[in-house]
Structure formats: C-alpha cells, structure tokens
Design a protein around this ligand. Structure first.
Ligand SMILES: Nc1ncnc2c1ncn2[C@@H]1O[C@H](COP(=O)(O)OP(=O)(O)OP(=O)(O)O)[C@@H](O)[C@H]1O
Ligand SMILES: [Mg+2]
Length: 355
C-alpha cells in the first residue's frame, strides 16, 4: 500500500534528510528478520527530530542504515530510500558513504568510552578526525581541534588535548566524541542515546550543549532516545517507533498535547510530571514488552498491548494517516484518540476529522 508522500518536514523544500519506506533486513542463522520495516523520517536544517521508542524497536538499526553502517555481511537495506540533501545514500558505495559520514553527517553513540581509542591522546584523536575531512596541515588541524574542544565546552582544552580518554570523566569523554563528530562541519548530527551512560546532571549539560550547537551551527539533529522527558526538552518534531514501524509523527507540541496512538499515550502516561492529577499513584508503564522481529503479531504490531484493540486491529496493519488540521501529524492506528478523549472502538479517523 502506498505511504503518504511526506511526513513531517515542509513538503515544499527538500529536507536535509528524507528517509522513505526504509526497510532493514538481517539474515541470521535462525532466519530472516526485518527489524526496521518501511519507515519514513524527515529532518530539516536547524531542526531536532527525536526518534523515540522502547528498547528493541529498531531505532539504532534505523540510524545505522541511514549511515550505511549496518552489520556486515548479514545486515542490509532491503527497500526504500535515504536521501541526504536530495542525493540517494541507500546502495551507495562504501567509499562515498565514508565521505558522507563525518563530513556531512556526524554521529554520536551512547558509550563515549568505546567510541574513543584508549591508547591515543584525545587531542590527537580530534586532530585525526579534522585531517580525515580536509587537507589541513598539522598545525591547522591542531588549531581546529583545540577550537572544537573549546566549542564543546571541554574545560582547559589546551591541557586536556594531552589527556588519555581514561583520564577524563564520562561527560568530558562525550564532549570529545561530539568534537570528533563536528570535525567535518556536518549538516546533520545523529545522536543515538548520547546521554544514557551519564549521570543526570551531566546528561542535562550534554543535552544543553547539543541544543546550543544545533542552534549555532544551524545543523539538523536526529536524536534517538527512549526517554520522553528528554524529547519534551529537545524536540521540534517527534517520531514514535514501535516494533520496526513509525506509529506516530508530529510536532512536539501537538504530540504531547494530543497524542493519538495508544502507544504514544502509554509512553506519556509513564512520565511523572504529566500525572500531577494522579499524584501518589504508581507510574503506569505499558504492560508487556515489544515483540521481537521474528514474532510479530498479525495486523497492528501493538495490538497485544493495547486496551482498545479490535478484530480489525488483528486483521489489518494500520497505515500512517494524516490528522487534520495539522497534516504533519500522522498516526498508524485504526482507533486513534480524539483530542483529549478515549479512542473510538469503531472506525478509523472519521471523515469529518479528515477534512
Ligand atoms: N546484530 C544483530 N543481530 C540480531 N538481531 C539484532 C541485531 N541488532 C539488532 N537486532 C534486533 O533488532 C531489533 C532492533 O534492534 P535495535 O538495536 O535497533 O533497537 P533499539 O530500538 O535501538 O533498542 P535500544 O533502545 O535497546 O538501543 C531488536 O529486536 C534486536 O534484538
Ligand atoms: Mg539502540
């Protein structure tokens, strides 16, 4: 079935990143799985898109697919397209993808420790990244590395250039990784759970830094997280992922004010500060777990965990459908919530609402 032609970003301009109908296949000894199954995403210049969902939804594989970093030889893009500034990346050669990574798209992982080489001083690692992206001399690379380390707020950058990764705190290591990601002056930064390994105060500092950098450099930011509190703080738009699919996309304001998908609503209900009306009650996490890609139910993948599922949900896989008046807000559910109410157990989005 055809998917809507645009999701989210302004349809009149070419988005910085446009992912259309992306499918990832892993060919494993026990069989073939499709942990990312026809997803659409778009990120504009200067915009933060948060990709959110529970563990195992396919968020990291989606990011790796965009960057051409799927595990080899068993991982591949089996359908769809990944366009960066209008140019197709899916199926591109490793040589071309290597140029895109770092120079046009920067990447930050969850664990700064494993992203750095433990036996090379951090200054040299940032210099190496700078030199990999342009023909700068050693002195120029050194000056740029120092400037980058200052830009990411590493205290006493000149001295710290001589430190080994283990001599830095987790937060400082993540700052170094961000400096490395910025070395090629990318237009898009992809950050996969960049603060999960850090304590809460440091998390806030790193998020503040990412927000500042995005704003100052006018980059797009694709921020992957399972933490909706972080989404509220950082996102312009949000894509909610469940079991390999995007189940809801919209502006952060719209999505938090009027979540339409029961999964989004469930995630939001587990946020403490949204529940002041129910103070004292335990947090309502969504019962059950995400199905693994080899054990997906028929129809809607969320139906086993959904209080509103009907026979239609077991029979028909719901497609992302725009919700008027904000055509940027899409939901893949047969019985989406109306604004602020319980979902209907009858038809999909009703015709009046469609107009
Ligand atoms: N290398 C692999 N081999 C086999 N299965 C994999 C591999 N990588 C991912 N998967 C499976 O694909 C699904 C999606 O994984 P992915 O790592 O993308 O999830 P995620 O949303 O990033 O989760 P998390 O929040 O825990 O990082 C999971 O069911 C996972 O078990
Ligand atoms: Mg992940």
């Amino acid at each position: 079935m055809p998917l809507p032609s645009t999701i989210g970003a302004d349809s009149t301009a070419t988005p910085l990143l446009a992912v259309r109908s992306l499918q990832v296949t892993l060919t494993l000894p026990d069989g073939t799985i499709r942990p990312v199954d026809h997803i659409d995403l778009a990120v504009d210049e200067g915009e933060t898109l948060c990709l959110v969902g529970e563990s195992g939804c396919g968020k990291s594989l989606a990011a790796l697919a965009i960057l051409g970093l799927l595990p080899r030889p068993y991982g591949s893009i089996s359908d769809g397209s990944v366009r960066f500034r209008g140019a197709e990346l899916a199926g591109e050669s490793e040589a071309r993808l290597r140029k895109v990574r770092g120079r046009e798209i920067g990447l930050i992982f969850q664990e700064p420790q494993s992203a750095l080489n433990p036996v090379i001083k951090v200054g040299a690692q940032v210099m190496e990244a700078v030199r990999a992206h342009g023909g700068s001399s050693r002195a120029e690379a050194r000056a740029k590395a120092r400037a980058l380390l200052a830009e990411v707020g590493l205290p006493a950058p000149e001295e710290r250039m001589h430190a080994y990764p283990h001599e830095l705190s987790g937060g400082m290591r993540q700052r170094v990784c961000i400096a490395i990601a910025l070395a090629g002056d990318p237009r898009l930064l992809i950050a996969d759970e960049p603060t999960t390994a850090l304590d809460v105060t440091v998390q806030a500092q790193i998020l503040g830094l990412l927000a500042d950098l995005r704003c100052k450099r006018g980059m797009g930011l694709l921020l992957i997280t399972h933490d909706l509190a972080l989404v509220a703080q950082m996102a312009d738009r949000v894509a909610v992922m469940y079991a390999g699919r995007i189940v809801e996309t919209g502006s952060v304001t719209e999505l938090f004010a009027a979540p339409r998908h029961p999964y989004t609503r469930g995630l939001l209900d587990s946020l403490p500060d949204r529940r002041t009306d129910r103070a004292g009650e335990p947090l309502r996490a969504i019962a059950g777990t995400v199905p693994s890609p080899d054990k997906l139910p028929s129809g809607c993948r969320f139906r086993d965990r959904c209080a509103w599922a009907t026979a239609k949900c077991a029979a028909v896989d719901p497609e992302p459908t725009p919700i008027p008046p904000a055509s940027e807000h899409l939901v893949a559910c047969h019985h989406p919530f109306r604004r602020g109410s319980e979902p209907r157990g009858d038809a999909a989005i009703d015709e009046k609402e469609r107009e």
